[in-house]
Design a protein. Structure first.
Length: 287
């Protein structure tokens, strides 16, 4: 059962008009929208065309959560006909807010990629209620090494984070981010975490822009640290993410805790051991 609701909804997406909002049987928002952009580019000749020629098939595109509910845009993108090309071919409008064949809006995919910083694919998948392979698809679509540096005036801090693609495996990608205009922005997703791959990307930063980098945030991986040092030199501070520092010292404490609990289990009564075990967990939480 689907229920039509009357509520103010804002999407912050240009060239898009909201027609109707519904809640489906799963409790998800379905927002029916129409594109208001004028025409499109002919896929044959590259000219801008404006003669309407029906609409494409219905698309259901995942967008950012609204009021705690999964949200989907329901849309039929308009098609246009080119009167100058032989056979008068038609082209479906391509919009700035969505990449062809992606099940998500660009805003949703950007949100997912940013959520991977300091996180894992598995954890993010569970938190955002999106399939593991869906997250992997977003990562693959965003792998890039070229940035339009002319659009950036100052970098401030560069962040390098490795993301494990498969649990228990050694397949990684590298997310390169920067703190620009008061917020974290993704610059690139590199195909692996090799030092040479990271260094080659950092070398693409123009010299005048490199001088604006005051610090580099790393996750204690030597390849990242050495790549940053070789590209930016001594003038840039290398800062280790506190999440990874905490993870490292907790690892040592956990190893000691497990070893001691095993020893004491043989020496204490069940009652004494139960009390001690609880106390050890309190200590872990405070580290």
């Amino acid at each position: 059962m689907t229920t039509t609701i009357n509520m103010p909804v804002t999407l912050d997406i240009e060239d898009l008009e909201i027609i109707e909002t519904k809640i489906n049987r799963e409790g998800h928002y379905e927002i029916y929208v129409e594109s208001t952009a004028e025409g499109c580019t002919c896929h044959e000749c590259g000219k801008h065309i404006t003669k309407p020629h029906g609409k494409d098939r219905l698309k259901r595109i995942r967008h950012l959560y609204r009021r705690g509910r999964e949200t989907y845009l329901i849309v039929k993108l308009p098609r246009f006909q080119c009167v100058d090309c032989y056979g008068k071919p038609t082209t479906t409008q391509q919009v700035a807010w969505h990449e062809r064949n992606s099940p998500n809006t660009r805003t949703e995919e950007k949100y997912i990629i940013e959520g991977l910083i300091g996180n894992t694919v598995e954890n993010l998948s569970q938190r955002e209620k999106i399939g593991y392979e869906a997250v992997m698809g977003i990562i693959r679509r965003h792998i890039k090494t070229k940035v339009d540096w002319e659009l950036i005036k100052k970098l401030g801090q560069i962040g390098l984070d490795e993301i494990s693609l498969k649990k228990g495996h050694k397949d990684f990608v590298t997310i390169v981010s920067a703190y620009i205009d008061g917020r974290v922005q993704i610059l690139a997703v590199l195909k692996d975490r090799l030092k040479d791959t990271v260094k080659d990307f950092l070398e693409t930063i123009p010299e005048d822009l490199k001088k604006t980098v005051k610090s580099g945030g790393e996750d204690m991986y030597d390849g990242f640290i050495n790549a940053a040092k070789e590209v930016f030199g001594k003038r840039t501070k290398i800062v280790v993410d506190r999440f990874h520092v905490a993870k490292l010292y907790r690892k040592g404490f956990d190893s000691l805790r497990i070893k001691e609990l095993k020893r004491l289990k043989e020496e204490l009564t069940k009652e004494e051991y139960a009390e001690l075990k609880g106390a050890m967990w309190v200590l872990r939480k405070k580290t």
